[in-house]
Design a protein around this ligand. Structure first.
Ligand code: SF4
Ligand code: SF4
Length: 177
């Protein structure tokens, strides 16, 4: 059995069903370029502070087809999208984009951290990710800032429903039932 940087070459050539699925999503196309050198992990500010996140490991687990573990876990959501890894990857794996692709697959199945589903609901119902408290509004005047303009919620909803956001809302609704 031949190994490259500790990775079984035969295993790396396996194209699992999940790998194909990831590659078919925007951003996931480069996953099979990875040869597990670990440059991404050594460049990652999140991996530096917690062992709950490791982009190299996330990639090898995806290549091995550990679909449900990847999509239902928290790991995907710990990336802060700084793109350090992507700039340094010698194999031009678009790691941050790949993580977006994995997140999109996860969201399509209703796997999304509560904080993000709350943002989605707030954007749809209020037209804002975070509700602005009347206390904050009043403070604007103190600092000489103009009042916030009224949000056109209907227009925002129309835009959201014209995009795939509508599908995400449907998935989240179904999950609640
Ligand atoms: S830096 Fe690139 S090739 Fe190296 S492990 Fe990360 S994704 Fe794979
Ligand atoms: S984009 Fe994500 S995975 Fe890449 S270095 Fe930044 S936090 Fe780490």
């Amino acid at each position: 059995m031949k190994y490259v940087l500790g990775v079984d070459r035969n295993m790396m050539s396996i194209s699992t069903g999940f790998t194909k699925e990831v590659r078919s999503h925007l951003g996931g196309e480069t996953i099979t370029n990875c040869y597990q050198c670990g440059t991404c992990t050594s460049s990652c500010p999140v991996a530096r502070v917690t062992n709950r996140f490791n982009p190299r490991r996330l990639i090898i687990r995806s290549l091995r087809g550990r679909r449900s573990e990847i999509l239902s876990g928290e790991t995907l959501w710990l990336c802060c999208s700084c793109f350090n890894c992507q700039e340094r990857c010698p194999q031009k794996v678009e790691i941050a984009e790949l993580i977006y692709a994995l997140r999109n697959i996860a969201v399509g199945e209703g796997n999304i951290p509560k904080i993000y589903s709350e943002f989605i609901s707030a954007l749809y119902s209020e037209g804002k990710l975070v509700k602005v408290a009347s206390f904050t509004e009043k403070k604007r005047a103190v600092y000489g800032l103009p009042p916030l303009r009224k949000t056109d919620v209907e227009a925002i909803r129309k835009i959201l429903l014209e995009t795939s956001f509508g599908k995400v809302l449907k998935v989240l609704e179904e999950k609640k039932e």
